[in-house]
Design a protein around this ligand. Structure first.
Ligand code: AHR
Length: 312
């Protein structure tokens, strides 16, 4: 298709000629599952043949999937990289095979000429937005914070931590007293929060929880309730993603704020790819998605209703 129609607009017939391999991380969170369904929907609507590979959280499975996509001669590869490092070799292989790679939702520590573009949010900014909200809400009071980090070595875990710490800088009344990975999952979020509560006088010594995603926050909320405390009141809860369940928690007063991450990374990625294949238009290296803050004041049940059907 790219050789026959080297110049000109994308037509549905062209999109139908495209085969895209998608190496997805797994299904650790509600957000991740929504990203998968939106990607499948987007491909179907555009008539694109999508080859989907679930890596079950393992980088080695993602590398295998990419090699298999290259061997099959796909037109492009979408990669949601589980961790940030260790991609150079396989990206070079895709590059040598002239198969463009588009990163979805996470970034890699590799030269940017090894991929066409990255569709992601500014994950440092997400952490900063969450931290700024907390700094403002707490004011001058002393506040001990516990942090649930995402998957170790993943770009959102590294950057959401960094951005949050940037927001706290200069506000010595706010302190991160414990920080551990909850792997972006609800189960681990609950388990780690239980250990934080136990270690901190049943939670009496904790003023706020910062979770790198909503699923871990939802698990932690359960742990806080089981410890006999009120999440959202005794322990403030701020997280990232804006999945439907956190809006239920916001409506119930059990969560306080979330930073939205759209699960629609594939829409902008397919747009960029279709243009590139149609007339060689090279997209910017970074296609940035928005990071909007939601609090209990934002009519959470209305947003909950709106969220359904957007991949959730
Ligand atoms: O990379 C995006 C993150 O990955 C989401 O915030 C989290 O829910 C997911 O697992």
């Amino acid at each position: 298709c790219s050789t026959v129609l080297a110049v000109g607009l994308v037509t549905p017939a062209m999109a139908a000629d495209l085969t895209v391999g998608f190496s997805q991380i797994g299904s650790e969170s509600g957000w991740r599952a929504a990203e998968t369904s939106v990607t499948k929907q987007q491909a179907e609507q555009r008539g694109i043949n999508l080859k989907f590979a679930d890596a079950q959280q393992k980088q080695e499975n993602q590398i295998k999937a990419i090699r298999s996509f290259i061997a099959q001669g796909v037109d492009a590869i979408f990669l949601a990289p589980v961790v940030a490092t260790g991609w150079d070799a396989v990206l070079k292989e895709a590059n040598e095979a002239e198969i463009p790679v588009i990163l979805l939702d996470r970034t890699v520590d590799a030269p940017d000429d090894l991929y066409l573009t990255a569709v992601t949010s500014d994950t440092v900014h997400e952490g900063k937005v969450a931290g700024d909200w907390l700094v403002q809400d707490v004011g001058d009071k002393p506040c001990n914070i516990v942090e649930l980090q995402g998957t170790t070595g993943s770009s959102p875990a590294i950057n959401r931590k960094k951005g949050f710490e940037q927001a706290l800088a200069g506000h010595d009344n706010l302190k991160i007293i414990r920080s551990q990975t909850g792997d972006f999952t609800r189960t681990k979020g609950k388990e780690v929060m239980e250990s934080f509560l136990k270690a901190e006088d049943g939670g009496k010594n904790i003023c706020a929880l910062y979770a790198h995603n909503d699923d871990m926050a939802v698990g932690a909320i359960q742990a806080i309730k089981e410890a006999g405390l009120k999440p959202g009141t005794d322990i403030l809860v701020v997280s990232v993603d804006a999945v439907p369940d956190i809006f239920k928690a916001l409506a119930a007063g059990e969560a306080n704020a979330t930073v939205e991450l759209t699960p629609n990374m594939a829409g902008p990625a397919f747009d960029a790819l279709e243009k590139f294949k149609a007339d060689g238009t090279v997209p910017p290296k970074w296609i940035q998605t928005e990071s909007k803050l939601y609090t209990q004041a934002d009519d959470p049940m209305k947003v909950y209703e709106e969220k359904k059907g957007l991949g959730y």
